[in-house]
Design a protein around this ligand. Structure first.
Ligand code: C2O
Ligand code: CU
Length: 546
C-alpha cells in the first residue's frame, strides 16, 4: 500500500462555470477540485490550507468509512472544529475498498459554492473487476446557483422565509450554459463565449467500451442523466457491485455514485449529446449538456440532432422502479443480519419552529452544537449538547402522510441517538406531505461512517406488520446514500460497528441547513486518542494538547 499525498489551497475566485461570473470556492484553482486517485489499502493524506480569508472550512470524504479514524470524517460540528482562515489541516485516512467516492465541503452550505470532487479507488494489484471495459472516466453532475451561499442561507433562516428556488444551471463536470440573454446583467458578468463554460467533452473510440463513473453533488435537484442513442448498463453503486441492468435514463440523487458501461457502437460519423434534467420538482432550469465525441470527429462539433428530452418530471414510478432494481451482484453479496436489534422510524416532515420553516425528523429539527460531538463524548462534556435523545419513533398509525402536517410546530434539538456497539439497526425513513398541499419531496439520505443494506422502498405509509416481510434479505445492495421518494418510505439496515459519531442527513444542502438530519454515536469508548487538530473550538480549547 502506498501513501497518496495531496496539498490543497482552498480559496474564493471568480469563475464562470455556466458563463455567468460569480465567486466560487476552488481547490488549487479549480472547481471541481482535483480527483483523488488511490488503490485499495492506500493511505490518503490531504493537507488543506484554508485561504478563504473570511470563512471557516471542513472537507468530508463522502463514502469513505473512516474506520479507526472518526476524527478525519471532516464534518464540522460533529467530528471536528472548523479549519479557521489561514490554518492548514491535515486529513489522513485509509481507503479500504475500491469504488467511486466523493469529497466536498461540510461547513455551512459551502459545497454548493463549488468545493467538491471525485475519489477513485482502484482494486489491489492482481484483482480485476467482474465486468470488462477499455477505459475509465468520471463525471460529477451538479446544479448551480448565482446567489452566494450567504444570501441563500440567510434567506432560509429568515422571517419571511426566502426559498433558494430552482438552480440557474445544471453542470456536467463543472460546465454548464446559462442563457446570458435571459437576464440583463452588467457587462462582462455573463459571457456566452467564455471558454470556462464550453461543454464537457468525453471522447470515445468507436467500438470501445467505457466505464463512466457518474456522481451527483447537487444542492437541491434530483436528476436524470442520458446519453443520446446509447444504453447504459449499471454495474456499481456507491462502491458496491450491482447486478447489471440496462437503463436509458439514469436517475441520480445528490450524494450517489454509479458506474455505467457504455459501448461506443453508434454511427461514428457524428457526435452525441449527454444531457441531464431535473426530475421530482417542477423544472425551471434548462438541461445540462455535454458532448459524447466519437473520435476523430471534432470535439466541439455539435450533434446534428436536438438534445433528447428527459423523462416526465413528476412521474415517480420509473424512479421508484430504478431504486427497486438495484441489487447486489451475484458473487459479491453481503448478507444482512436476519433481524435488527433496534428499529428507528424517522418521519420526515416540514414544520414551523418559532415561525421559522424547518425540516424535522419525528418532530425534532436538528441543530449543530458549538463543540463537536466526537470530542464532547470522548471527554464526557455533557453540558455542550442536549442529553435527552430525540424520539425513537412517531405514531405513524395515526399520522396522515397525505395532508399538510398536523404537527405543524416542531422543536429544535442537538440531541443524538446512542447506539449499542455492534448491534444491527433498522431505519425506516417515512416521507410525508410538506406544508404545501399536495406536495411531497424527494430526500437523498446519506450516512457517514457506514454502508447500509437497502431492504426496500415503497410508496404510501410504511406498514410495520407487513412491509418487513417483503424486505430483500437475499441480495440487497449496500449504499451510503439512498432516496426516499415523494410520499414513500425506504428501509435500511446497518451494523453499528464503527466507533465514532456519525451524521445521517438529507444531502440537499438547504434541507440539512433547515434541520434535516440526526446523529448517531456508537462505541465511543473504543475511540482512541483524538488528534488535537480537530479541537480548539467551543469547550474543546486546550483539549488533546500533550
Ligand atoms: Cu456528502 Cu454529510 O455529506
Ligand atoms: Cu431533503
Amino acid at each position: 500500500a502506498r501513501i497518496r499525498h495531496y496539498k490543497w489551497d482552498v480559496k474564493y475566485e471568480y469563475k464562470s462555470p455556466d458563463c455567468y461570473k460569480k465567486l466560487a470556492i476552488t481547490i488549487n484553482g479549480g472547481t471541481p477540485g482535483p480527483t483523488i486517485l488511490a488503490q485499495q489499502g492506500d493511505t490518503v493524506i490531504v493537507e488543506v490550507k484554508n485561504s478563504l480569508m473570511l470563512e471557516n472550512l471542513a472537507i468530508h470524504w463522502h463514502g469513505i468509512r473512516q474506520n479507526g479514524t472518526p476524527g478525519m470524517d471532516g464534518t464540522e460540528g460533529v467530528t471536528q472544529c472548523p479549519i479557521v482562515p489561514g490554518d492548514t489541516f491535515k486529513y489522513e485516512f485509509k481507503v479500504d475498498r475500491a469504488g467511486t467516492y466523493l469529497y466536498h465541503a461540510h461547513y455551512g452550505m459551502q459545497r454548493e459554492a463549488g468545493l467538491y470532487g471525485s475519489i477513485r479507488v482502484s482494486l489491489p494489484d492482481g484483482k480485476t473487476e467482474p465486468f470488462a471495459y477499455d477505459y475509465d472516466r468520471s463525471i460529477i453532475l451538479n446544479d448551480w446557483y448565482h446567489k452566494s451561499t450567504y444570501e441563500q442561507a440567510t434567506g432560509l433562516s429568515s422571517i419571511p422565509f426566502v426559498w433558494v428556488g430552482e438552480p440557474q444551471s445544471l453542470l456536467i463536470q463543472g460546465r454548464g450554459k446559462f442563457d446570458c440573454s435571459s437576464t440583463p446583467s452588467a457587462p462582462g458578468v455573463c459571457n456566452a463565449s467564455n471558454p470556462e463554460c464550453s461543454p464537457y467533452v468525453m471522447t470515445v473510440i468507436p467500438g470501445k467500451t467505457y466505464r463512466l463513473r457518474v456522481a451527483s453533488l447537487t444542492a437541491l435537484s434530483s436528476l436524470s442523466f442520458q446519453i443520446e442513442g446509447h444504453n447504459m448498463t449499471v454495474v456499481e453503486a456507491d462502491g458496491h457491485y450491482v447486478e447489471p441492468f440496462v437503463v436509458k435514463n439514469l436517475f441520480i440523487y445528490s450524494g450517489e455514485t454509479y458506474s455505467v458501461l457504455i459501448k461506443a457502437d453508434q454511427d461514428p460519423s457524428r457526435n452525441y449529446w449527454m444531457t441531464t434534467n431535473v426530475v421530482g420538482r417542477l423544472p425551471n432550469t434548462t438541461a445540462g449538456l455535454a458532448i459524447l465525441n466519437y473520435y476523430p470527429n471534432h470535439p466541439r462539433r455539435s450533434p446534428p440532432t436536438a438534445p433528447p428530452a428527459g423523462p416526465i418530471w413528476n412521474d415517480t414510478a420509473p424512479r421508484l422502479a430504478q431504486s427497486q432494481a438495484i441489487k447486489a451482484r451475484q458473487g459479491f453479496i453481503s448478507t444482512p443480519p436476519a433481524i435488527p436489534d433496534r428499529v428507528l422510524v424517522f418521519l420526515n416532515t416540514q414544520n414551523l419552529v418559532n415561525g421559522y420553516i424547518r425540516w424535522s425528523i419525528n418532530n425534532v429539527s436538528f441543530t449543530l452544537p458549538h463543540t463537536p460531538y466526537l470530542v464532547a463524548l470522548k471527554y464526557n462534556l455533557r453540558h455542550v449538547f442536549n442529553q435527552s435523545p430525540p424520539p425513537i419513533g412517531q405514531d405513524l398509525q395515526n399520522y396522515d402522510i397525505y395532508s399538510v402536517a398536523k404537527n405543524k410546530n416542531a422543536s429544535l434539538s442537538d440531541g443524538i441517538y446512542r447506539l449499542q456497539f455492534n448491534t444491527t439497526v433498522d431505519i425506516i425513513l417515512q416521507n410525508a406531505n410538506t406544508m404545501t398541499t399536495n406536495n411531497s419531496e424527494t430526500h437523498p439520505w446519506h450516512l457517514h461512517g457506514h454502508d447500509f443494506w437497502v431492504l426496500g422502498h415503497g410508496i404510501g405509509k410504511f406498514d410495520i406488520n407487513n412491509d418487513p416481510k417483503k424486505y430483500n434479505l437475499v441480495n440487497p445492495i449496500m449504499k451510503n446514500t439512498v432516496p426516499i421518494h415523494p410520499y414513500g418510505w425506504t428501509a435500511l439496515r446497518f451494523k453499528a460497528d464503527n466507533p465514532g459519531v456519525w451524521l445521517f442527513h438529507c444531502h440537499i444542502e438547504s434541507h440539512f441547513h433547515m434541520g434535516m438530519g440526526v446523529v448517531f454515536e456508537e462505541g465511543i469508548e473504543k475511540v482512541g486518542n483524538l488528534p488535537s487538530s480537530i479541537m480548539g473550538c467551543g469547550e474543546t480549547k486546550g483539549f488533546g494538547r500533550p
